[in-house]
Design a protein. Sequence first.
Length: 121
Amino acid sequence: MTSSIKPPGSGPKPIDPVGASKDADRTDRTRTEAFDEALEAARAPATSATAPAGAVSGVVEDLRAGRIDAAAAVDRLVADVLNGPMAAGLDDRGRAALEAHLRASLEDDPNLAALVRDLER
């Protein structure tokens, strides 16, 4: 069954395949370049925001060698966070609040508490 009702106008304008592909290629290249720039910008803070591997590995080495116990290891890791770039913009009150939050999380969160208990082995 066909309907005699037709939409207004004669439909969409025809597309010039040659011109469209050039514009599409240029647009795709621009989008790709913009995406690459955004990706690089997103990567930069992530590497500087994490604790240096040397600091963590130093704690691990000292813990395994018996030079420190689990409590001292946690203290050093918390101190590394408080002295790191993520906490650099905090005032004394903010740093104290961050330390309290970290220590409370290490005690109250079952997964984190289990990790701390694993340090004692």
